[in-house]
Design a protein around this ligand. Structure first.
Ligand SMILES: [Zn+2]
Length: 542
């Protein structure tokens, strides 16, 4: 039994997890099943949605079904042949302060009922607790985790090692390191209910990243209580491979209708913005007039359709290398989500380290939010850490990047080089370093232009101010570092190009090297080539 990663994007991954009841593909959503009240049976979920894994609470199963479940097995009780994960009652500890079982008993009970993925009885940290209490929950959970190997009798169950610490990030990191050193097959992070209820998704980002950065990367990570489909893209992008949600049914109970962008009260809907089998043949009025129990079931089904289709969309985005684009779309569902995605800036270097270097598809750059994406950050790191201009290149010539882009793909730089050769000789050509400049990457040296994604991106123009500022800063940073003896910049637009020229002018003055800027309205005209050549000649004399 093991976990194998097939595809990656950001920290998200498509993987295969083997269990004794079959292999499941991650990332995967596990609907929470309450054995005492199933609005939608797991078997129906399998038939309708291809659902291959569910989660239930071993503590509640034990309380309600006790020996019967032990004799028949959980797969028979839930009438579900595929993967069943069990939680252990930790959430009930949070709710009631204690549970009527102990760590050893609940481990053995999960073995008896035949869970495929089982969880030790951890002590949840909760929310707004002192650091002292948080530390106690972490240490006690580790103690219980260490005891597992002496207690368990079966070898065919995947055990989950929960990471605690709540919003005390250093404790989360410590907990992750300690739990990661124990022989668990899966880890989990408890997401405190208040984080979800108050939409504190930026806090969630910190918690997941603190855990993720300190756990063995080859083990899958489960997020407890992931809730709503509008945040699935975020948690997958952070590297959560499994997550559970009871929201489909809790929301249905209170007449709340899920969409990929948020939740709407049924009473407020005049139209149903969905074409699932539930919605395609009904109006909100039809649903409202149904008996309560029937409506609850129909809404649960609709909510599940939304959840499962969002999961498929996310997986397709990973395959296409467009998880960031999808995340940006979802980020605009709610200000809190946007805030969380902006918060990823803090982790951009971590994202660069773990994201794929090349992709099948080009990159779409929409605006300043995209500045966080790994491809943009990676280009900056590459230029600063690993790049140096060709030997002998002393004069930097900056040409607008859009000159070289389809549909205006051109060889204008070659025209320029030819004129320099004719007028000033071979040596002058070698001393030139022609680079492109543009948003969002700043400087793109011609010779690395074919490196992904430098010629495979599309950007919305004109750029927003923040993107423009970012690119200007990158250009300045580049010139400061590369020790050229002179800089020439050509610009055609009056906004960004002028800002670049002004920034270069100021920088060169402070570096004590010559600068010449040329504005053009009709591309690289003969007159402009002539001016550039004479500027070069004057640099040489100087
Ligand atoms: Zn629907």
């Amino acid at each position: 039994m093991g976990f194998e990663v097939k595809e990656r994007d950001l920290l998200g991954r498509i993987g295969r997890l083997e269990t004794k009841s079959g292999t499941i593909e991650t990332p995967i959503l596990l609907p929470v099943i309450n054995p005492a009240k199933m609005t939608v049976e797991p078997k129906e979920m399998m038939e309708r949605f291809g659902c291959k894994a569910v989660i239930t609470n071993a503590y509640i199963v034990k309380k309600n079904l006790g020996d019967e479940a032990a004799e028949r097995g959980i797969h028979s009780i839930l009438d579900f042949p595929m993967v069943i994960m069990t939680d252990s009652g930790a959430y009930q500890i949070l709710l009631y302060g204690r549970v009527e079982t102990d760590p050893e008993e609940i481990i053995l009970y999960q073995e008896e009922i035949g869970s495929d993925i089982a969880t030790i009885l951890d002590v949840p940290t909760g929310w707004r607790v002192t650091e002292e209490h948080a530390r106690y929950t972490v240490e006690e959970t580790i103690r219980r985790a260490e005891a597992l190997k002496e207690i368990k009798r079966r070898e065919d169950i995947l055990w989950v090692g929960p990471v605690q610490g709540g919003q005390h990030l250093e404790l989360v990191a410590y907990s992750a390191r300690r739990m990661g050193s124990l022989p668990f097959q899966i880890h989990a992070l408890g997401s405190p209910t208040p984080v979800m209820e108050r939409y504190l998704f930026d806090v969630l980002v910190d918690m997941v990243m603190a855990a993720k950065g300190n756990l063995p990367p080859d083990r899958p990570l489960h997020l407890f209580g992931a809730g709503h489909p509008f945040m699935f893209a975020l948690i997958v992008a952070l590297g959560c491979d499994l997550f559970d949600s009871a929201a489909y049914s809790l929301y249905a109970r209170s007449d709340r209708y899920m969409t990929e962008r948020g939740t709407i009260r049924l009473a407020k809907l005049d139209y149903l913005p969905c074409s699932c089998p539930v919605c395609s043949k009904r109006s909100p009025k039809d649903l409202s007039e149904m008996p309560k129990s029937e409506r609850e079931r129909e809404l649960s089904l609709h909510n599940l359709y939304v959840c499962f289709s969002e999961m498929r969309r996310i997986k397709q985005a990973i395959l296409e290398g467009r998880l960031w684009e999808h995340l940006e779309v979802r980020a605009h569902s709610h200000p809190s989500l946007l805030q969380a995605v902006r918060h990823l800036k803090r982790y951009s270097e971590h994202l660069v380290r773990h994201s794929p270097v090349t992709k099948r598809s080009g990159l779409f750059f929409y605006g300043d939010l995209s500045l966080i994406r790994p491809e943009v950050v990676r280009h900056r790191m590459r230029l600063l850490e690993r790049y140096s201009p060709p030997e002998g290149a002393r004069i930097l010539v900056l040409l607008p990047e859009f000159w070289m882009n389809p549909p205006r793909r051109s060889r204008r730089h070659e025209v320029l080089a030819r004129s320099v050769r004719e007028e000033l000789g071979e040596e002058a050509v070698w001393s030139l370093h022609i680079c492109l400049y543009g948003v969002p990457f700043g400087v793109i040296p011609l010779e690395i232009r074919e490196v992904y994604p430098l010629s495979q991106y599309e950007v919305a123009l004109p750029p927003d101010l923040e993107t423009e500022t970012y690119a200007v800063e990158r250009i300045v940073e580049y010139i400061e570092r590369m020790k050229y003896e002179g800089v020439i910049a050509v610009w055609e637009d009056c906004g960004f190009g002028r800002r670049v020229a002004e920034a270069c002018n100021g920088l060169c003055a402070s570096l004590g090297i010559p600068f010449k800027g040329f504005q053009t309205t009709r591309g690289l005209t003969k007159g402009l080539v002539k001016s550039v050549v004479s500027a070069l000649a004057s640099f040489k004399k100087g």
